[in-house]
Write a protein that binds this ligand. Structure first.
Ligand code: ATP
Length: 442
């Protein structure tokens, strides 16, 4: 993880938030390549869950919601974690369910001191709407995007003319006042979720639950995550949320061990029933074909955009020796890579920079490209390898004679000569063809 954090800073992916003031704990800012990478993760998610399906629509609900929402959803009452405090020297606070009780009883992981009784701590951030700080004006920053979907169920049913089985997809920020954030962007207090609520006739819920687990697992492996670093783990009875009839987590083998990447829950009809009760609106569905009225069950695949981005980076990170020199490379799936092609003049004379710039300006109209003329060619390639650029184009002496360039592959390091005029087509062909992680070779 330290290597990933260092690379993220060195190459401008992710910075500590408010760093010039000493930083705000467990809060991060995305720089240029980080923005592009996370935006590609979200883009691939939209592609898979909306563009390539007939049964999904998109939504972007507000972060601030009517406070009754959180009473109906159960968050005011039970969105809590058990908090314990060290009674020894360090006085640190911990999540009781994250502390090992090996050897019989729990001790402070920092100083070994005894721990207080656990008390329930609500994770929602509160704020006030309008100028008066009074109870009636108290609202919350949403702790999940899901509720924005449930409260819009009726709108989508009526105005998007959908009928179950269908789903609503949403990407957006969520906020949780986590007791122990950490592991870089794995657990932060402000993060982005990619959530789906898929509404189905109750009898079909188990089948759709299974299908979504398969679909979501395949999404990660299609985008290059090694299948043996991914597992599906069903929650035990004692782990299940108050609304769930069954939840499975997709876990990834992070540097700190297997940890949740995405949760896929069967939320039953809990949310729609509760919102119907609290709002007085009828949130049932009348099936004209069967003459049946029912409250749909909901299958919820809920993923983290930041956690996903971290997993893709961890899985792509590689170090190898090439011709006696160490090479660090992010073997990102080309569709996730922030930059797809780097255009580099071999030297900065003999008309090469001008020629390279002309090629770059053509390419960037169709594919994310970068032009770099500073420093030795080896150094420029090392930089591109570290940001995960899958292809490099070098403009050299021969280009000036016959208008061909060298096209270098990040993973195999293979170089081929391509006519400059055929470059765009060749790059798009590569981008759209099947890609397999080179780590799976052999
Ligand atoms: P945990 O048990 O790790 O606290 P959770 O089970 O409460 O997580 P969910 O409510 O299922 O998490 O949230 C769905 C997804 O949102 C998670 O799988 C994760 O990818 C993301 N997520 C949740 N909390 C955070 C956080 N604090 N920081 C970053 N991502 C998060």
């Amino acid at each position: 993880m330290e290597k990933i954090v260092a690379l993220c800073k060195r190459r401008g992916f992710i910075f500590q938030s408010s760093e010039i003031y000493g930083g705000l704990a467990s809060t991060y800012d995305y720089g240029h390549y980080g923005v592009l990478l996370k935006s590609n993760v979200k883009g691939e998610w939209w592609r898979a869950v909306v563009q390539e399906r007939d049964d999904m629509v998109a939504l972007d609900a507000a972060i601030l919601m009517h406070p009754r929402t959180w009473e109906a959803s159960g968050h005011v009452q039970s969105f809590t974690d058990p908090l314990v405090q060290c009674m020894g020297e360090c006085k640190k606070r911990w999540r009781a369910d994250h502390i090992s009780t090996e050897g019989g009883y729990a001790r402070c992981p920092e100083c070994g001191g005894g721990l207080s009784e656990a008390r329930e701590f609500n994770l929602m951030f509160e704020t006030f709407m309008g100028p008066v700080r009074e109870d009636a004006a108290r609202i919350f920053l949403r702790p999940e995007t899901a509720q924005g979907i449930f409260v819009n169920f009726k709108n989508v049913l009526q105005f998007a003319r959908r009928k179950p089985p269908f789903g609503i997809a949403q990407v957006g920020k969520a906020f949780r006042n986590e007791i122990t954030p950490g592991n870089f962007i794995f657990r932060t207090r402000e993060f982005e979720q990619m959530e789906i609520e898929f509404f189905v006739p109750p009898a079909e819920a188990p089948e759709w639950h299974r299908r979504w687990m398969d679909d979501r697992m395949r999404w990660y492996t299609d985008l290059g995550i090694r299948p043996d670093h991914l597992q599906l783990r069903a929650h035990g009875e004692d782990e299940l949320s108050h609304y769930s009839a069954g939840t499975s987590d997709i876990e990834y083998l992070f540097p700190m061990g297997w940890s949740e990447l995405e949760g896929i829950a069967n939320r039953t009809d809990y949310d729609l029933r509760r919102h119907a009760e609290f709002s007085g609106e009828d949130l049932s569905y009348f099936d004209t074909a069967t003459g049946e009225r029912y409250v749909p069950y909901v299958i919820e695949p809920s993923a983290g955009a930041d956690r996903g981005t971290l997993a893709f980076m961890v899985d792509a990170f590689d170090e190898e020796e090439v011709a006696g020199r160490k090479r660090t490379v992010l073997r990102l799936h080309p569709r996730l890579a922030p930059v797809k092609v780097a255009v580099l003049p071999l030297v900065s004379r003999d008309g090469m920079p001008e020629k390279a710039r002309a090629i770059y300006e053509e390419l960037r109209r169709v594919i994310p490209a970068e032009f770099d003329e500073g420093g030795s060619i080896g150094k420029r390639y090392r930089r591109q390898d570290e940001i995960g650029t899958p292809w490099g184009v070098t403009i050299d002496g021969q280009t000036m004679e016959d208008d061909t360039v060298t096209l270098r592959d990040r993973d195999s390091l293979e170089q081929v000569r391509v006519a400059a005029g055929a470059l765009a087509e060749e790059l798009l062909r590569r981008l759209n063809s099947e890609w397999r992680s080179p780590k799976l070779a052999g």
